[in-house]
Design a protein around this ligand. Sequence first.
Ligand code: ADP
Ligand code: TRP
Length: 336
Amino acid sequence: MKKQQRVLTGITTSGIPHLGNLVGAILPAIKASNQENNSSFLFLADYHSLIKNTDSDLTHSSSYEIAACWLACGLDPKKVIFYRQSDIPHIFELAWILGCLTSKGLLNRAHAYKAAISDNQEKGAKDIDKGITMGLFNYPILMAADILMFNADIVPVGQDQKQHIEMARDIAVKFNHHYGELFTPPEAQIGETTGILPGLDGRKMSKSYNNTIPIFSDESVLKKTIMKIKTNSLEPGEPKDSSDCNIFSIYNAIASEKQVREFQTQYDEGIGWGDAKLFLFESLEEFLAPFKSEYAKIIEDRAYIESVLVDGSKKALEISTPIIEDVRKAVGIKGF
Ligand code: ADP
Ligand code: TRP
């Protein structure tokens, strides 16, 4: 029998769920949760949301919508431990302990922090740390705590998060070196076809860039959104390069290989951008339809969503409690 492995991933609750989240994280994680030798931990990274904004209503409503989204997309609470990060205080205790082991230099190299610094440099700010919070700086430590708290083996994420998983590995190895082998160094699992899904403007699709395709918008909003995708100025009839095309990359993430080949032929034959967008819109409508109808039902049932999460948090605590007890002892925090 294959060894049971722990698969864990979370989504920051700072906006409405988008297609990048769906194909990069939600669907692969749900697929993994259906494999027999996996035990899955899926959670709402609600304290991560505070790094990105100070809008308490947004954090709260986003948590609710992302919870409903997971359930609508097929998360089975009987198979998965599904919880709110904020319900597991051990994670924050562990984050402190890991922070005391993490060198500042490692965090200086984190993408999100480096991007904020270079943004300040470009703007000519006198202080390159202008507007950068300790939350942003420490973000990879909280994420390492999320992962190590449950000794996850595999972390399915989009390409953008790979560096954070590598940092969690480094931190686990360092802890084990100082205090004994308590943590499993985790591995990232990156979707082969999706990598990073581009947004409407060609940058990574992200809540932070306001360039997303929401999963649960109604038809007319979805259509308007798709029509906004940036393209070049080639005319209908002119052959088009699919390798550098946002419409094509998005289609690629939701279609079968055969469908992608057919779309490629249309590019070679010079499909017009309007038609390509319309085709993508219709394909997305079809792809998203089953998730949308489930979501419409679940989002009305506040009590159900709450009870699933309360139940999930109880199960998560049963696992985190003995681990944090061992960690406390290992670092010398114990009764006399
Ligand atoms: P955002 O960038 O919109 O804030 P999150 O950081 O909350 O998204 O990401 C949650 C999960 O969705 C992560 O596993 C992340 O890698 C994945 N993800 C987010 N955006 C994309 C994307 N454009 N392509 C692929 N995966 C993505
Ligand atoms: N930082 C991730 C993101 O914004 C979300 C997240 C938080 C996460 N903790 C995690 C993902 C632990 C995987 C494992 O996308």
